[in-house]
Design a protein around this ligand. Structure first.
Ligand code: BES
Ligand code: MN
Ligand code: ZN
Length: 489
């Protein structure tokens, strides 16, 4: 989709649709925009008053414009940039599905909704435009009459800052790439398939990509990742992507992603209603791939590494078992209490490797615990870190990009106790209560203490049951824009 500045007068614009986002206060005081007169009349008649979530389409406007879309943002005091982004995506999606090829989006009347430090209106528009059209429908028959192809091709914006819009579009494309990969079912993407995808992306963008197969993993002492992958016909992989800026890098960040291409639970098999959507257990790895794509396309001045720990967790005669004791890359032994607590195992080895790269910070992304989803719901993800500066930076990025994270405890002496094993250095799973904190403390044993580290638990938020705002049904790519924002700052 092309986004361009519109420099002509509002009344002279000739295209398919106009999309107007309105706060309640705007409806009676709208400056001279196309449709302003209609908006005032509708507001007086109380037919449209800008309520949050309300929308109205007025077809056949004067001057040959086919559709005017009015979208409510709610009360001005409660209107956030996240609300603007979601509403833009919703309106553009609607316009695109209703056969509009070009749409004019005035934004200047919303300027005071943007605070210092927010992404600019142009950047938000770039994100919304890039995210609104994606649906996972490649395996579905496109039946005539039922299927409306997404028609939107051009978005015109008065006062657009093209450079900012382009940045927003890169953020969106990074997230769409993560969604598209995470949506692929387990039969389509194995750990080796994930590696192929990473290698293809690396080729396209000029990144380094190194893939370790099961033989190499053995030599490298990655016993935890190997154990998790041992039950599957599709062997595990460790994928290492590197983005290096042109000049000398300002800093070095390592991103680590959980890449379980399907999580059946292994021998501690999941009940069937918990097993569906577990193709999404590779979402962390897919998000890391997305962030690397974005980093390269933005040409960031930070060196960024992506480590994807890829395995399929399956029950079979060759599976790892409860009671097994496995050795991670840093030499620590782990007694397996539950084969369904596999994510922390694959991450353990990857976090050891991440620490060896001596970065300025490590961030891991993982659909790690049901407990995190129980605590925070399906729309807010967990941020676990002992580093206050890193927490503040990530929460600021999260707010800027409208991906809510909530800081959770990363230390607890009582939970620490429950990691003890009589036979090994630790167990991989403990009591139900505080399960997400247990997992974090477990991971911390594999991170070099002096390196600032944050763990993002995206279980629950990785998969949307319905279309809303910038999200389509299925994989969300949650966390991609937050991490990318963090890297740009
Ligand atoms: N992949 C799951 C966590 C998950 C749950 C992700 C729901 C997305 C939505 C993880 O591997 C898992 O099975 N965790 C267990 C850990 C337990 C056995 C200690 C869980 O959360 O139940
Ligand atoms: Mn599991
Ligand atoms: Zn899992």
């Amino acid at each position: 989709m092309e986004i361009q500045a519109y420099n002509g007068s509002m009344g002279e614009w000739r295209g398919d649709a106009v999309l107007l986002l309105l706060r309640e206060e705007d409806c009676l005081t709208l400056p001279s925009l196309p449709g302003a007169e209609a908006v005032r009349l509708l507001a007086e008649r109380k037919d449209f008053s800008g309520k949050k979530g309300s929308s109205l389409r007025l077809p056949l406007l004067e001057g040959g414009i086919k559709n005017l879309y009015l979208m409510g943002l709610g009360k001005a005091e409660a209107c956030s940039t996240a609300g603007v982004r979601d509403t833009l995506a919703w309106g553009l999606r609607m316009a695109g599905r209703q056969r509009n090829e070009s749409v004019l989006v005035p934004l200047s009347h919303l300027e005071d909704a943007f605070k210092d430090g927010d992404p600019s209106p142009s950047a938000i528009l770039g994100e919304a435009a890039g995210l609104c059209g994606y649906v996972f429908d490649k395996y579905k028959e496109k039946k005539e009459g039922e299927y409306e192809p997404f028609a939107l091709k051009e978005v015109f914006v008065p006062g657009l800052v093209p450079e900012k819009a382009r940045q927003g579009q890169i953020f969106a494309a990074a997230q769409v790439a993560a969604r598209a990969l995470a949506n692929e079912p387990g039969c389509a993407i194995s750990p080796a398939g994930l590696a192929e995808n990473a290698a293809a992306m690396a080729g396209e963008l000029g990144l380094d990509c190194e893939v370790w197969d099961e033989k190499r993993l053995e030599q490298e002492g990655m016993g935890a990742l190997l154990a998790v992958g041992s039950g599957s016909a599709n062997p595990p992989r460790l994928i290492h992507l590197t983005y290096k800026p042109e000049g000398t890098a300002k800093r070095k960040i390592v991103l680590v992603g959980k890449g379980i291409t399907f999580d059946s639970g292994g021998l501690d098999i999941k009940p069937s209603n918990f097993m569906t959507t577990m193709k999404g257990d590779k979402s962390g790895a897919c998000a890391v791939l997305g962030v690397l794509r974005g980093a390269a396309e933005l040409g960031l001045d930070t060196e960024v590494h992506g480590l994807l720990a890829a395995a399929e967790n399956m029950p079979s005669g060759s599976s790892y078992r409860p009671d097994d004791i496995v050795r991670a890359r840093n030499g620590k032994t782990i007694e397996i209490d539950n084969t369904d607590a596999e994510g922390r195992l694959v991450l353990a080895d990857a976090l050891c490797l991440a620490s060896e790269l001596k970065p300025d910070a490590i961030i891991d992304m993982a659909t790690l615990t049901g407990a995190c989803a129980v605590a925070l719901g399906k729309w807010r993800a967990g941020l676990f870190t002992r580093d206050n500066a890193l927490a503040d930076a990530l929460l600021a990025s999260s707010l800027r990009r409208g991906e809510p994270f909530w800081r959770m405890p990363a230390e607890d002496e009582h939970i620490e106790e429950s990691l003890k094993s009589p036979f090994a250095d630790m167990v991989n799973s403990g009591p139900r209560y505080g399960g997400a904190i247990f997992a974090t403390i477990f991971l911390s044993r594999f991170v070099e203490k002096s390196i600032p580290w944050a763990h993002l638990d995206i279980a629950g938020v990785d998969f949307m049951d319905k279309e809303w705002g910038v999200y389509s049904r299925g994989a969300s790519g949650f966390g991609v824009r937050t991490c990318l924002d963090y890297l740009t700052r």
